[in-house]
Design a protein around this ligand. Structure first.
Ligand code: GLP
Length: 268
């Protein structure tokens, strides 16, 4: 894992967008895996700016979102469909048929639906760049603790903590869904490159466990340790419990000198 320490959320968002923009410019047909939540909002804002001001072209880009709440139709304001429209898709020139998000309104044949989502990823040639956030308990997508490390796209129950953490997105009288459809850990690991974003002190424990702890299904982000091309962008607060900061700085310096291509899209 290449761990990159960012000064604040703003520089993290700009660097994350830089990596995505670089991938889009180098490979106009790039397949991106996209997250939701509060953390990537700044990255999406910067991508919209790059589209408007620097002609970043999404016309051939293909996207697959990580997850969606079960029971929310795409037009529900708290659905991840609505989230993606609000933060990215309505503001760039992506073709609607190239943007894939699990459909939370399905009512049966879940396994078939999830297999079809996976087939879509395979038919697009696999995901080139998967971006993930991290939950307070260390989950990625909606792969809660005790998910199989080989899991595929599937229906999952949400942990009590996750529903609490996401409650603020919903109105006071609105129920937070208790299930979701999520890409599995095995699905995520098949992406060619993975970018993990974490911001804020409330993520420090999860980041330390994911990066420096043992690989365990109790902290599903730790499975990323198996992947050969993971870049972790953390701001100071989220890096607060990492113990090997100096090593990460040295590894970054070495990468800058010996393998600068690995850092394309990141500001120096
Ligand atoms: C949800 C999403 C995850 C996201 C996590 C953290 O559980 N399914 O993909 O990473 O929230 O969200 P936030 O960035 O709001 O802290």
């Amino acid at each position: 894992m290449l761990v990159i320490l960012e000064d604040d959320e703003c520089s993290l968002s700009r660097d994350a967008a830089g990596v995505v923009a670089h991938a889009v410019r180098m490979h106009p047909h790039v397949a991106l895996g996209l997250p939701s939540g509060s953390t990537p909002i700044g990255m999406y804002r910067e991508l919209v700016r790059l589209h408007r001001e620097e002609a970043l072209d999404f016309s051939q880009v293909v996207t697959f979102n990580l997850d969606e709440y079960l029971g929310l139709s795409p037009d529900h304001p708290q659905s991840y469909h609505a989230y993606m429209a609000r933060h990215l898709f309505d503001h760039v020139n992506i073709r609607p048929h190239n943007a894939h998000i699990p459909d939370g309104s399905i009512r049966d044949a879940y396994d078939e639906y999830c297999d079809e989502y996976e087939r879509g990823i395979r038919e697009a040639g696999g995901i080139d760049l998967q971006i993930v956030g991290i939950g307070k308990e260390g989950h990625i997508g909606f792969n809660e603790s005790s998910s199989s490390l080989h899991s595929r796209t599937r229906l999952v129950p949400l942990a009590v903590q996750t529903r609490e953490d996401n409650r603020h997105f919903f109105g006071p009288n609105e129920a937070v869904p208790d299930c979701a459809i999520t890409m599995g850990l095995g699905t995520i690991l098949e992406a060619r490159n993975i970018l993990l974003l974490a911001s804020g002190a409330h993520k420090a424990q999860a980041v330390a466990a994911a990066v420096e702890g043992p690989v365990t299904s109790s902290v599903t982000a730790s499975v990323l340790q198996f992947h050969p091309h993971v870049t972790v962008l953390v701001d100071r607060e989220a890096a607060g419990k990492l113990r090997r900061i100096d090593d990460y700085r040295r590894a970054l310096d070495m990468t800058r000198k010996m393998n600068p291509r690995r850092l394309w899209g990141l500001r120096s």
